[in-house]
Design a protein around this ligand. Structure first.
Ligand code: G4P
Length: 282
């Protein structure tokens, strides 16, 4: 299978990021808790050097709790602040304010020594498409926070959201381009729906997903679809099609439909909380 992101999008995203990153003190990087490494673009480490860094395991509600904790330890051991969040429901979002202060304490101390008091920390949210950046910004900013951009004395064109006395957030998130060089990374991004399905052969993708489930979560597919999950991946897809009455032309099994159903069930959490990569394999 071949995955790609258009080079034009990548160049634009990179340019925007380079411009905006100059304005900020703190990079808040969203990852998908189901694939915390594959949903990152490591180029951010270079772009964001000399900035305070906070990594969020977003969509933590869809990933296994024990792995969320293991991933938090992994990132903390690398020197990042790390918090697991569910931006959709707001879980974990409140605790971020304290973590931001902690992550920026060196900058605050530097300012204090120079006699600069109460200058708010400026932050930007970044992440690959669909990781939940807009949802997170809405959850963090809520309704109460007025935009502070486009006023005299404020950089023209940039909108800052004043979160509280101490923090301002750039209202447009930075888009990181996903990295597909590694096939297995592309595959995992496709599983979670980061790459649009029409770009791919859905049945082939679903078959790869079946193989992953057979290896890492035995029993889940059998129970959910009341079918055998043993043997060849396409046979399992046929079993799902049969069990869910995915048929074409009367009685032919519709594997395309069964594949879409399986992937949607996974993406919406209907197969339970699943993590697709593990710190000990990185
Ligand atoms: P982006 O700005 O990074 O591109 O992502 P965006 O906020 O648009 O979020 C992409 C999808 O991820 C949205 O779903 C959003 O609801 C969902 N999402 C964001 N954060 C979380 C989370 O913590 N947990 C879960 N379960 N989902 C999250 P959508 O299908 O586009 O819309 P809808 O289903 O919310 O209507």
């Amino acid at each position: 299978m071949h995955f790609q992101w258009y080079p034009g999008h990548m160049t634009k995203a990179k340019r925007m990021m380079q411009e905006n990153i100059k304005l900020i003190d703190l990079v808040i990087e969203l990852t998908d808790a189901r694939i915390p490494v594959s949903s990152r673009n490591p180029d951010i480490d270079d772009l964001g050097k000399n900035k305070a860094r906070l990594i969020l395991l977003n969509k933590a509600d869809l990933a296994e709790e024990k792995w969320n904790d293991a991933w938090m330890e992994y990132f903390q051991a690398k020197g990042f602040s790390c918090v697991k969040v569910n931006s959709k429901k707001g879980g974990g979002v409140k605790s971020i304010h304290a973590v931001i202060q902690e992550a920026c304490k060196e900058k605050i101390e530097r300012d204090r020594k120079r006699g600069i008091l109460n200058r708010p920390v400026r932050a930007m949210v970044v992440g690959i498409p669909n990781v939940g950046k807009s949802t997170f910004i809405n959850a963090l900013a809520g309704k109460a926070c007025a935009k502070t951009g486009n006023k005299p004395g404020v950089t023209k064109g940039k909108q800052w959201i004043r979160l509280n006395r101490n923090v301002e957030l750039l209202d447009t998130p930075g888009i990181l381009w996903p990295k597909f060089e590694d096939q297995s990374v592309g595959m995992k991004l496709a599983f979670i729906g980061s790459i649009k399905d029409e770009l791919l052969q859905r049945t082939e993708l679903a078959a790869e997903f079946v193989k992953f489930m057979q290896r890492h979560y035995p029993g889940v597919l059998a129970e959910k679809y009341e079918t055998s999950e043993e043997g060849e991946a396409y046979a399992v897809l046929e079993g799902i099609a049969r069990s869910r009455h995915c048929l074409v032309r009367g009685n032919e099994l519709d594997l395309e439909k069964a594949s879409a159903l399986l992937l949607d069930d996974f993406r919406d959490g209907r197969l339970g909380r699943l993590t697709l990569e593990y710190p000990d394999q990185i």
